[in-house]
Design a protein around this ligand. Structure first.
Ligand code: ASP
Ligand code: MG
Length: 421
C-alpha cells in the first residue's frame, strides 16, 4: 500500500526567504516520495490581493499595490536564487497576467467570481517559487496545479468539493507523480465545473490538505504552524495556555467551529471520516512533538477559549404582534444560506431573533435589503464572540467582569458571549 503523507505550510511559514529556507530544512530529512506539500500564499499576500480588488471595486488606483506585491516576491527570490534564474521571469509573468486580468470590469454582481480568479495568484506564486527553490537544493519535487485535482462546484469564494471527481483526479494526476517524486501544490484553490478557478474560503489551505489526504487515503497530515500545537486559547490573547498532546476529532472540530483559527473548520470532518490522524506541529521547533488529533474518543475536560473578532449582531424584530415561530427562523436561515453566511450564535425572544455573523463584504446590506420587508432590523458591528467550552465559573466570571456584554448564553458545557472588544 502506498503511504501518502500530506504536509501543509501556511502563509506565516513561508513569509520571507528565511522562512522558506526553514521550510526546506524541515523537509531535508523528511521529504520522500508519496509526500504532498500543500502551500499557502506568501505571508499576507491574500490580504494584499483582497485590497487590490477592493481598490479596483471602488475605482481607486491599484497598480501601485500590485507593484509593491511583485517587488516583495522578487526580493524574496533575490535572496533564494542566483541572479538570472528563470524564476524571476516566471514571477514577473504572473504579475503581467494578473494586471491583464484586472482590466476586466468588476461589479457587485460578479464580485465573488472575479475574486476567485484573482486571489489564487498568491498560491500560484508561492508554490512556483518554493518548488524551484527546493529543486535547487536538490530536494527534487514536482509541481501540481491544484485546479486539476481539487474539483468543486462554482459556488465562488466558498466552493463545495466534488468528492468523487476529486478522488479520481487525485488518482489520475497525483499518484503517478508521487510514485516518482514528492509533489508541491497550492492550498485554498480548486477548479470549478466550467474550468474557472474557485476558492474554498479564507484560510482554506488546511482544508485542501485534508481533501487530498482523504482522496488518497493518506497515512497522516501534518499542519506546520507558528504555535507548538493546538492550545486551549490563543497565546496572542491569553497569557496562560495549555497545549494538547492529543485531541479527539470531535473536540477539535468543535473548537474550529467556534472560530479557533489554528485549523480551518472544514478540515477535521474528511480526516475523521477516513480516520487519518492530523498532527499540528511548530515550524519553529520541528523536532518537538505537537498535537495529534485523532479518534481518541475522550475529552480531557480542559477549558478552551475561542475569541472571534469582527462579529456583527443582527436583531430581527417582528413587525406585527406575532410571536417568533419556526416560520420566522426558517425565513432568516433561508436567506442566510443564500448569502453563504454562517450563524455563530442564535438567540430568540418572544418577538426577536438575534444572530451573530462574520463581517463580509456586501453581505450585511444584502441581508437587510431582503429581510426588511418582514422585520425591523437593528445591528451592531465590530463585536467579539467569545466561546468557552468546558467552562469553569471563575473563567466565566473573570470574562464577564472585563467586558461590556450584549448577549450571553450558557449551556451545560459551553459559555458564549457577544461583547465589545
Ligand atoms: N492564502 C489563503 C488565505 O490567506 C489560504 C490560506 O492561507 O490557507 O486565506
Ligand atoms: Mg493564510
Amino acid at each position: 500500500m502506498r503511504k501518502v503523507i500530506v504536509y501543509k505550510f501556511g502563509g506565516a511559514s513561508v513569509k520571507d526567504a528565511k522562512a522558506i529556507k526553514n521550510l526546506s530544512n524541515i523537509l531535508f530529512n523528511r521529504l520522500r516520495n508519496h509526500m504532498v506539500v500543500v502551500i499557502s500564499a506568501i505571508g499576507k499576500t491574500t490580504n494584499a490581493l483582497e485590497e487590490v480588488l477592493m481598490k479596483k471595486y471602488q475605482g481607486l488606483p491599484y497598480s501601485l499595490n500590485n507593484t509593491i506585491l511583485m517587488q516583495r516576491h522578487l526580493e524574496i527570490c533575490d535572496e533564494l536564487f542566483e541572479p538570472g534564474h528563470r524564476i524571476f521571469s516566471v514571477v514577473k509573468n504572473y504579475f503581467l497576467v494578473l494586471e491583464r486580468d484586472l482590466e476586466r470590469p468588476l461589479t457587485k454582481e460578479n464580485y465573488d467570481q472575479y475574486y476567485d480568479q484573482i486571489i489564487g495568484y498568491g498560491e500560484m506564486l508561492s508554490t512556483r517559487i518554493i518548488q524551484e527553490y527546493l529543486c535547487d537544493q536538490e530536494q527534487y519535487c514536482l509541481w501540481q496545479d491544484a485546479r486539476e485535482i481539487i474539483k468543486t462546484d462554482e459556488n465562488f469564494r466558498l466552493a463545495n468539493v466534488d468528492w468523487n471527481l476529486t478522488k479520481k483526479k487525485c488518482e489520475k494526476y497525483l499518484l503517478p507523480k508521487l510514485d516518482k517524486f514528492p509533489v508541491v501544490t497550492q492550498g485554498f484553490i480548486g477548479g470549478g465545473s466550467s474550468g474557472k478557478m474557485t476558492t474554498l474560503g479564507r484560510e482554506g489551505s488546511d482544508y485542501s490538505a485534508a481533501i487530498i489526504a482523504a482522496s488518497l487515503k493518506a497515512k497522516s497530515v501534518v499542519i506546520w504552524k507558528d504555535v507548538p500545537g493546538v492550545l486551549n486559547a490563543d497565546p496572542k490573547r491569553f497569557e496562560k495556555t495549555v497545549k494538547f498532546d492529543r485531541l479527539d476529532y470531535y473536540e477539535a472540530a468543535e473548537m474550529t467551529y467556534y472560530g479557533a483559527s489554528v485549523i480551518h473548520p472544514k478540515t477535521i470532518k474528511p480526516l475523521a471520516n477516513a480516520k487519518i490522524p492530523l498532527e499540528v506541529k511548530s515550524f519553529l521547533n520541528p523536532e518537538e512533538s505537537g498535537t495529534v488529533i485523532g479518534d481518541f474518543k475522550e475529552s480531557q475536560g480542559i477549558p478552551t477559549i475561542v475569541v472571534k473578532d469582527e462579529q456583527i449582531l443582527v436583531t430581527f424584530k417582528v413587525t406585527d404582534f406575532a410571536f417568533i415561530n419556526e416560520g420566522h427562523i426558517h425565513q432568516v436561515y433561508t436567506e442566510l444560506q443564500r448569502l453563504k453566511l454562517k450563524v455563530n450564535l442564535l438567540q430568540t425572544s418572544a418577538i426577536t431573533i438575534s444572530i451573530c455573523i462574520d463581517r463580509q463584504i456586501f453581505k450585511l446590506e444584502q441581508l437587510m435589503d431582503e429581510m426588511k420587508r418582514f422585520f425591523v432590523i437593528r445591528y451592531n458591528e465590530g463585536l467579539q464572540l467569545i466561546t468557552v467550552n468546558n467552562y469553569k465559573e471563575e473563567i466565566k466570571n473573570s470574562i464577564l467582569m472585563e467586558k461590556e456584554v450584549l448577549v450571553e448564553q450558557t449551556t451545560r458545557n459551553t459559555f458564549q458571549l457577544i461583547c465589545k472588544p
